[in-house]
Design a binder for this molecule. Structure first.
Ligand code: WTA
Length: 657
């Protein structure tokens, strides 16, 4: 059901939160919001006081969307790792910084700020010993183990740039990402462990490194103790290297605009882009949003169940919470292991106050029934967040009523890899919640809705493309190695604005309802995938001549992947061998990208609906994948309109007979 069909049900702000939250009530929000836009530089200069700076800026911001130029806190120096660790040592050395919740629920580790400091310093010294210098790229291909946090913070400590690759990506995807940023050192583990199953990360990395001459060193963390092949002259054990190092390492004072990390994300065309975030603005924004959006209070136990391989994990497992001196949980397992009660077991055992996850996980757990939730004590919970895709009101209701017992604030946070932090969101204690709406803009954020012709929609009630009217400190600065692509992707479609790629509606109260991507990006279980990437992979199968990928409804994933494939003429006999084609396609995509990008459905067809100039009309394919055969709109511009009837017939036979 689309958000438009729902009469918006409103859940009033919980009064018990209003009295104690960091911002109390809508009028306080409005006053602060107005101030943030009226004198933006003064506002951000004030907010940036929450960060320790080694030397001050000479200018707060220098941003020009027409040139795709963005810089904040110019000339200032700081160190992000110092802000996340060292400055807390004075009064929080013994407080737990990270609770590591391993795959096996019996295996938990508390890492204090003091220990974190030592581990990060040793890792930083080890990186230096292997030639990593300020500005060098380090690729991290690790599962959710403490060493992932150590190495990323070690990079920040010495001014190196990390590029974390989600450990579910394939060797090929890893290779592309290593080559694109010319990483010097790669860090991986012998194996990853999730849901009791081991994943051979070292073997995958070995395969990737066959074609990456830029890499001189591979550090290998021992996670499972499995036997792995160590390449002489290239590979070293992480534990041996850090044991040789001193537990102190000076934090390098870097420029506010020095790169902190690169994170690859999918777009509508070509290969994934290396989104580049810098130091000063990013950490200011991550820390500020973490405190205000989750109403974080000192002493809270905070649990974000994302993977650090994605932006949510960067900003809201590591950088934001640690900058605020929080206790953050790193979760190695899956929500279904050993059973569907795992998250709530973690909440009970660690007395979690703030919990953050994705709608896909909520839907998957709701489908398992309430008993798994009710078995555990969740009375510690106060704020629960969601991120990654629009949340359907049913899932929202279950989260709020069953998991939160109807007394917790639910924050539906809209943002992107490129935005660095949360942009549109309710705040506990501030505004009423509307299931399915991310509600109001965060401080300093100016959402703008434009129509297809780029006209700014001035009325409160409006529908169109979501853009941003001004810069904010946490936004990405460029696409690594390809500034032109940054310009084209974000600043060309709607001149003078940052274009998000999302469609949205603003209601009479000024609340935003995100309706999903308007480009060829799919949001599968909250993971961004480009249809072009998946098609390129499918087309690499020997049997296949061409393909087109669209999104389709999926109960748990939100969006599923539907591939229309046309076989090579030589292999046309395989058209009756559906199982073999399906298997081949899925294996190919798993090898090129990873399991997350495997199509859920394929339809073998004799042709694709193309215009005379050869462009695939995806609108038609999207309708067919949705079972909507009737209203195909104007198909007269197709080179061969008869294709449509054949596709419908094929789809009906396969899915609706
Ligand atoms: C979608 C994840 C609706 C959106 C932090 C965006 C959402 C893309 C929400 C970014 C939300 C994220 N409601 N849609 N609360 N949060 N999205 O880069 O389409 O992995 O453009 O960043 O996810 O995905 P990304």
């Amino acid at each position: 059901m689309s958000v438009h069909e729902h009469p918006a049900k409103v859940y009033p702000v919980h009064p018990q939160l209003k009295d104690s939250a960091v911002v109390k009530g809508l009028s306080e929000y409005q006053a602060m919001y107005e101030k943030s836009l009226a004198d933006s530089d003064a506002f951000w200069a004030d907010i940036a006081q929450r960060i320790d700076w080694f030397s001050p800026w000479h200018q707060v911001s220098q941003c020009d969307f027409s040139k795709a130029q963005v810089a904040w806190f110019l000339g200032a120096k700081l160190n992000v790792a110092h802000n996340c660790i060292d400055r807390h040592l004075k009064d929080k050395a013994d407080q737990t910084a990270i609770i590591w919740e391993a795959d096996d629920p019996a295996d938990t580790r508390h890492i204090s700020y003091r220990e974190l400091h030592e581990e990060v310093c040793r890792a930083a010294n080890a990186l230096k010993a292997h030639g990593v210098q300020h500005g060098d790229r380090v690729c991290i291909y690790l599962p959710m183990i403490p060493e992932l946090a150590y190495v990323m913070l070690a990079c920040a400590r010495i001014g190196a740039v990390h590029s974390i690759v989600f450990a579910g990506f394939s060797a090929d995807a890893l290779k592309d990402r290593i080559l694109d940023c010319e990483a010097k050192v790669v860090v991986t583990a012998d194996e990853g462990l999730r849901g009791g199953k081991a994943i051979g990360l070292k073997a995958i990395t070995d395969q990737a490194l066959e074609q990456t001459p830029c890499v001189s060193r591979l550090l290998v963390v021992r996670r499972t103790g499995a036997e792995v092949n160590m390449v002489a002259g290239r590979d070293c054990w992480y534990h041996e290297e850090v044991a040789k190092q001193r537990p102190t390492c000076p934090a390098a004072w870097v420029d506010a605009e020095d790169p902190l990390f690169i994170l690859y994300t999918s777009g509508s065309t070509g290969k994934p882009k290396g989104v580049l975030h810098t130091s000063g603005g990013y950490i200011t924004y991550a820390s500020f949003t973490h405190q205000y959006v989750f109403d974080y209070r000192p002493g809270d136990i905070y649990f974000c169940a994302a993977d650090i391989g994605w932006i949510t994990g960067h900003s809201y497992i590591i950088y934001g919470p640690l900058a605020n001196g929080a206790t953050t949980i790193m979760f190695e397992s899956t929500p279904l292991y050993p059973d569907a009660g795992r998250y709530w077991d973690v909440v009970e055992r660690h007395k979690v106050n703030i919990f953050y996850t994705a709608p896909t996980a909520i839907r998957a757990l709701a489908a398992e029934g309430d008993a798994f939730v009710k078995k555990y004590d969740r009375s510690s919970l106060r704020v629960m967040g969601t991120v990654g895709e629009p949340i359907n009101p049913e899932a929202w209701g279950w989260y709020h009523d069953v998991v939160g017992d109807g007394r917790c604030a639910v924050v539906d946070t809209w943002w992107q890899t490129e935005t660095g932090g949360i942009m549109i969101t309710p705040q506990p204690g501030v505004n009423d919640m509307k299931p399915g709406s991310a509600t109001l803009p965060f401080y300093g954020i100016e959402p703008v809705i434009v129509d297809e012709a780029c006209n700014r929609q001035e009325d409160v009630e409006a529908t169109g493309l979501l853009c941003m009217g001004r810069a904010w400190p946490g936004m990405a600065r460029t696409v690594y190695g390809d500034h032109q692509r940054y310009v084209e992707t974000y600043f060309s479609r709607v001149p003078g604005y940052y274009f998000t790629g999302d469609g949205c509606r603003r209601d009479k109260d000024g609340c935003y309802w995100i309706t999903g991507r308007v480009d060829d990006v799919l949001n599968v279980s909250g993971h961004r995938l480009g249809t072009a990437e998946i098609e390129a992979s499918i087309n690499a199968c020997d049997w296949i001549a061409e393909s087109a990928v669209v999104g389709c409804h999926h109960d748990i994933k939100g969006t599923g992947i539907f591939a229309f494939v046309v076989l090579n003429r030589d292999n046309a006999d395989h058209k009756d061998d559906f199982d073999a084609v399906f298997k081949t396609v899925r294996e190919q995509v798993t090898a090129d990208i990873g399991k997350i990008a495997r199509p859920d459905h394929i339809l073998i067809s004799t042709g694709l609906p193309k215009t005379r100039s050869g462009k695939i009309m995806r609108r038609i394919l999207r309708n067919i994948a949705k079972n909507e055969y009737e209203d195909m709109g104007n198909i007269s511009t197709l080179a061969d309109p008869s294709v449509v009837a054949l596709l419908i017939e094929g789809h009906r036979k396969q899915f609706n007979s």
